[in-house]
Unconditional design. Structure first.
Length: 369
């Protein structure tokens, strides 16, 4: 790197982040307003619905925060682990270490969202994320003299997107980070608005990059904790799902803002992403309310095959089966004959449970929600 001061942490004003609060004011107001709508909607869910909402959104967050980093986890294992931790019925499958670790982190984030953040908690989160890894030790800051760089491209000619502070300064940088986090919280002397604090928290943490791996996942968990502290309760915001939909924009924005400490552009992007995530969570709540109404209406009218298919479709959430349910899907789920499947599907349409689109082999069905 020579004598160049290229990165944000090398600047004289680090870590004094600058931003324009006026550009964030409307977004902060919308977040508070939509939080009120969300909690008003959640009140209409029975306990089973609230449990399902928690399991679905936590498992989605676990899967998507991992996918952002290129790690693909087993959805059924993640959901089974989360259900088990909530004391809900499960299939008693053996959960692989990676799925178990991220699931425990998500449940702790939800249950202990109002407890203080300290170094011990951060290190425990990292240890959970690294469960099953044999190539590195979890729960410790990085060490060694080699530069910590975020790179892409071929080994012989890599592109350096970011270089983090040297390992020997990480403990001190993390002490400063934790002091900043405490002082900017709801009861802190330097309290910040919710979206602003969560956005700075994310960028500040990934700029230090204190671990060998898992920094992005912990940064997103910290953002969710920060938001939950501001609200006084965990809202189950689908943050990683919103980021995952456009990972390229996420990484580009991080790169554009890692060379300076004026971060208005990052904070506006982050706030808009949180609002998109909040809208997705609201869709889930509304879907679960309508699903309950649909099932209540169908109870006593459907047969076991139809019930199995409707409940299976409901598991897919607001987006439904990719491309819609086909007759082939119905056959695969129920194991019935084609003639029976055709009659069952027609009955479900007439009962108002399914909506049919397309013709012949292109016929597809979706829940009437």
């Amino acid at each position: 790197m020579g004598g160049l001061k290229l990165w944000n942490w090398q600047k004289e004003d680090w870590p004094d982040f600058h931003f324009d609060p006026i550009r964030l004011a409307e977004l902060e107001g919308r977040f508070l307003q939509e939080s009120g709508v969300y909690w008003g909607s959640v009140k209409h869910l029975e306990k089973d619905g609230k449990d399902l909402l928690a399991v679905e959104l936590m498992s989605q967050e676990a899967l998507k925060t991992s996918e952002i980093e290129g790690e693909i986890l087993n959805r059924d294992s993640v959901q089974s682990s989360i259900r088990r931790q909530f004391g809900l019925a499960t299939d008693h499958r053996r959960i692989p270490p990676a799925e178990q670790g991220i699931s425990e982190l998500m449940v702790e984030l939800y249950r202990e969202s109002q407890l203080p953040l300290d170094e011990a908690r951060l290190l425990r989160w990292h240890a959970l994320l690294m469960s099953g890894r044999r190539d590195l030790v979890g729960g410790v800051y990085r060490a060694g003299s080699d530069p910590m760089q975020v790179v892409s491209g071929p080994l012989h000619s890599p592109k350096v997107h970011f270089e983090a502070p040297p390992s020997n300064v990480v403990p001190n940088e993390m002490r400063r980070f934790l002091d900043w986090y405490r002082s900017t919280g709801p009861d802190g002397a330097k309290r910040l608005p919710m979206l602003t604090r969560a956005g700075i928290c994310h960028l500040y943490f990934v700029s230090i990059h204190p671990f060998e791996d898992g920094n992005g996942r912990i940064a997103r968990a910290l953002s969710e904790k920060s938001l939950a502290e501001g609200l006084g309760k965990p809202e189950l915001i689908a943050l990683s799902a919103a980021i995952h939909r456009n990972r390229k924009a996420y990484y580009e924005m991080l790169e554009r803002c890692n060379k300076r400490n004026e971060i208005t552009e990052w904070l506006v992007y982050f706030a808009e992403t949180v609002l998109a995530a909040q809208a997705e969570s609201q869709q889930w709540v509304e879907f679960l309310i309508e699903k309950t109404r649909l099932i209540d209406r169908l109870r006593g009218k459907w047969n076991e095959r139809q019930e199995k298919v409707i409940l299976r479709m409901a598991r897919e959430g607001p987006s439904g089966f990719k491309g819609g349910l086909s007759a082939e899907n119905y056959l695969a789920i129920t194991g019935t004959s084609r003639a029976t499947a055709t009659r069952d599907l027609q009955d479900l349409v007439e009962m108002g449970a399914l909506v049919r689109t397309g013709r012949l082999k292109g016929t597809r069905y979706r829940l009437a929600i």
